[in-house]
Design a protein around this ligand. Structure first.
Ligand SMILES: NC(=O)C1=CN([C@@H]2O[C@H](COP(=O)(O)OP(=O)(O)OC[C@H]3O[C@@H](n4cnc5c(N)ncnc54)[C@H](OP(=O)(O)O)[C@@H]3O)[C@@H](O)[C@H]2O)C=CC1
Ligand SMILES: O=C1CO[C@H](CO)[C@@H](O)[C@@H]1O
Length: 331
């Protein structure tokens, strides 16, 4: 079977904790090189830990390596645009961590660079590669819970130590970028509709200059409504609920089912009776196998690439606009 050779731009925590192990479990991808800005010893140490062939002390050197087909970018959010464009210029296909950019305008520039250089791009919303979401869409489409009028989504965890983390960086940090982007993505992709109006309120940390808790209300042209919340100051929650005229579907492990060994749950409640379906999957490995297959195939579905990334960033832009004005914003 054909294999895609991947390089990794940084020794980020997420790369070491989830992605590199997932690359090792995948069938059509191999990590061949890793680069760091923290000195060659650091790159060599991580390379040795995961049996990665080559270590570089800067991203450009890795991008010059002609044996690398694709790069995974787990850099801080404000560096995503720069390194997506640099990687595209070197004709590397790209898996970039979420959020892929800081604004929808940045996404336009990134798309142009990828298209001009004929490279495939995907934003790393790994949760969508767990089959529980396809099951939710099937249940909705079957009519079992009636006409859908409302969706609610939440993602939170306790960020106990707010010092020295990119999550609190005044450039690209804050909870909308870090975790709010997931409820937005799932609301848009489960309802298969873009919001027309948004209102966001946030708790803002004056020391770090970032949002730490957000509450957002959304309206859709169909008349549907949605709300989401995200927080760095609450217990771990990663869930959504879709409500119809006849019943509802609850997904209590929506974004991080890996916190429960990959077991996703789809709970259907109707006429006072509840049924639970358990689906197990390795969403990080699936994500890598999907983009590697797209690279080998030479094409990627538009809903996995820039169309979806742009639409998600457009909503994030509106959340920030509403947060600042305190008003309902029209998209
Ligand atoms: N999909 C998922 O489940 C998750 C995704 N993420 C996303 O992954 C990305 C990385 O997050 P995370 O692993 O927490 O980040 P880390 O802070 O652990 O890593 C970021 C790495 O980027 C490099 N870097 C380069 N420039 C800077 C800079 N100016 N400041 C800090 N680091 C710099 C460093 O690597 P080096 O020293 O090697 O140069 C650093 O280790 C983010 O986009 C985040 O949103 C995060 C967590 C989970
Ligand atoms: O993308 C992400 C997924 O889950 C994490 C929660 O542990 C987030 O902090 C992170 O950035």
């Amino acid at each position: 079977m054909a294999i895609v050779n991947w390089g990794i731009l940084s020794t980020a925590k997420i790369a070491q904790k989830e992605l590199i192990p997932a690359f090792l479990r995948s069938t059509n991808a191999k990590v061949t090189a890793i680069a760091t800005g923290s000195g060659i010893e650091r790159a060599q140490q991580v390379a040795q830990k995961f049996s990665i062939e080559k270590a570089y002390d800067n991203n450009n050197a890795l991008l010059e390596d002609s044996s690398i087909d694709a790069v995974y970018i787990p850099l801080p959010n404000h560096l995503h645009k720069k390194w997506v464009i640099e990687a595209a210029k070197k004709r590397k296909h790209i898996l970039c961590e979420k959020p892929a950019a800081l604004t929808a305008n940045e996404v336009i520039e990134m798309k142009e660079a990828c298209e001009q250089n004929g490279v495939i791009f995907m934003e790393g919303f790994m949760y969508q590669f767990h089959p529980q979401h396809e099951r939710v869409r099937q249940i909705i489409d079957s009519g079992e819970i009636g006409e859908i009028s409302y969706m609610r989504a939440s993602f939170s965890f306790l960020l106990a130590n707010k010092e020295n983390t990119i999550k609190m960086n005044d450039q690209g940090g804050g909870c909308i970028y870090d975790i709010g982007c997931y409820p937005i993505h799932s609301i848009r992709n489960i309802l298969r509709e873009e919001p027309t109006h948004i209102q966001t309120q946030a708790k803002y940390d004056e020391t770090y200059k970032v949002d730490t808790d957000v509450y957002t209300y959304m309206e859709f042209a169909s008349g549907r409504r949605a709300v989401f919340d995200a927080s760095f100051n609450q217990m771990r929650r990663s869930e959504y609920e879709v409500v119809g005229t006849e019943g509802r579907v609850i997904v209590p492990r929506a974004y991080r089912p890996d916190w429960n060994g990959g077991d996703g749950l789809v709970i259907v409640e109707k006429s006072g009776i509840s049924r639970t379906e358990t689906l197990n999957a390795d969403q990080y490995r699936n994500q890598i196998e999907v983009i590697s297959a797209a690279i080998l195939d030479g094409k990627i579905k538009s809903e996995l690439s820039f169309d979806n990334t742009f639409a998600n960033m457009h909503v994030i832009d509106a959340c920030f606009k509403s947060m600042k004005s305190g008003k309902l914003v029209q998209l």
